[in-house]
Design a protein around this ligand. Structure first.
Ligand SMILES: *Cc1c(COP(=O)(O)O)cnc(C)c1O
Length: 424
């Protein structure tokens, strides 16, 4: 069966042929390869074509596909049963493994997706502050819950209106939208609105392409939140255990009131979490009045994969240094090749996260990102795929280096970039 046949068959029974929209390759006007298997840095599609994989399941696979330790941990857990809906020791173990690193986070709760983590964090913030509004940034994506699907990156580029049909304007009006890296835009909203429960931000934005927040901006943001008795939520679903071991906390050293995790925390299985100090977390049911629950929350297989993944990351002190070196090599190499060809390209990396925009302007927020040449991106993406490199099929996504990559893989990638640029 070819990829195209598989996609057509899927489209008959699955809406759009996919279970998450970006997988459909619509923004590069193409059709997706169907993946048969992965190994380390590589994936192989059902046509038996192998690619170097820079998507890595959109972030979770810090150690690449089929990591032996993570596989072993899952197999061991599976022997004892796949789900109980009752507490297990694995949950406490992963909780400790996360919390021991963050002096400002006392307690955690596990959920199955980043969407649930941010949705719950917001409910908690509203309950804690007894305020209604939330403030987010244009281009930041925090999952697909109603309140957060407003000016969300990766999705439709509408302004101050829901990013999706079916989200009530009545709901969206409680979500204020500011400009990333622009503290004045935040101040203006704080002056206008006295009832802001929380500010939610990706401190290292990865859903409008890779756009890290400036240190000074984050510091002023934290200060504004404090002055206004507004909770600061750092959404580290992507950047946590990815940008560095401790994500933005290790890099920016800012103690947010609530932190959300996902992706790497589940090691490739469905797990995410939100954590905060005890006085906030103790508002959750059964201790407090904020309801939040999940049949598969803290699932033993997901906990086992998360424990294996974080333990490996914690024990390898050189890991993120090594991954960032590879990201830097790729970034520098791409820039050099683009310059030789007269192609406008901006690149960026933080730890194992890597991004690039087809533009000659600085990219510090979503409007900057939108100035990228999307037609050129689509062409580049198609050429790279032909040359055996699997990149995210959208300009507004981040690429991921995994621990199974090495200098040789980066060199092959740059060779593919060279060939692709030549034929643009
Ligand atoms: C991926 C992501 C989410 C949503 O997580 P899901 O598991 O896809 O629901 C939320 N926030 C950020 C920053 C993300 O990158």
């Amino acid at each position: 069966m070819t990829n195209l046949e598989a996609f057509k068959e899927a489209c008959e029974v699955i809406a759009g042929g996919v279970n998450s929209p970006v997988r459909a390759f619509a923004s590069v006007q193409s059709n997706p390869p169907f993946i048969a298997k992965g190994k380390g840095a590589f994936i192989t599609d059902i046509e038996n074509k192998t690619y170097i994989d820079y998507v890595q399941s959109w972030g979770p696979l810090l150690f690449g596909h089929c990591d032996k330790d993570i596989q072993r941990a899952c197999k061991e857990a599976l022997k004892n049963g796949s789900s109980f809906g009752a507490p297990t020791l694995l949950e406490t173990k992963l909780a400790k493994l996360v919390l021991e690193n963050f002096p400002h986070l006392d307690k955690i709760r596990f959920v199955s997706s980043g969407t649930e983590a941010t949705m719950s964090a917001i409910r908690l913030a509203r309950a804690f502050t007894k305020k209604d509004k939330i403030l987010k940034f244009e281009g930041c994506y925090h999952g697909h819950s109603d309140s957060l699907l407003v000016s969300a990156g990766s999705g439709a580029a509408t302004f101050n209106t829901p990013s999706s049909l079916g989200v009530l304007n009545d709901f969206a009006k409680h979500t204020l939208v500011a400009t990333y890296n622009d503290i004045e835009s935040v101040k203006a909203l704080f002056e206008q609105h006295k009832d802001i429960a929380c500010v939610i931000i990706e401190p290292i934005a990865g859903n409008m392409g890779l756009v890290p927040a400036k240190q000074e901006f984050l510091e002023e943001l934290a200060k504004l939140c404090k002055e206004n008795e507004t909770l600061l939520i750092f959404d580290e679903v992507m950047s946590g255990f990815r940008a560095s071991f401790l994500g933005s906390f290790e890099i920016n050293k800012i103690k947010a009131d609530i932190v959300t995790f996902g992706k790497v925390i589940g090691g490739g299985l469905p797990a995410a979490a939100f954590a905060a100090r005890a006085e906030i977390m103790d508002l959750l049911s059964p201790l407090g009045g904020v309801y939040q629950a999940g049949t598969l929350s803290g699932n033993p297989l997901a906990m086992a994969a998360g424990i294996a993944s974080l333990t490996k990351a914690k024990n390898d002190k050189e890991l993120f240094k090594r991954l960032e070196k590879l990201a830097k090599k790729l970034s520098k190499g791409m820039k050099k090749l683009a310059k030789e060809k007269g192609i406008a390209l901006k690149t960026c990396y933080v730890g194992s996260m890597f991004g690039y925009f087809f533009t000659d302007k600085k990219v510090e927020n979503y409007q900057d990102a939108l100035k990228s040449d999307l037609k050129l991106f689509a062409k580049f993406h198609a050429k790279m795929l032909e040359n055996g490199i699997y990149l995210a099929p959208s300009q507004f996504e981040t690429s991921f280096i995994c621990a199974k990559m090495d200098e040789k893989i980066i060199a092959s990638t740059l060779e593919a970039v060279y060939k692709s640029f030549k034929n643009l």
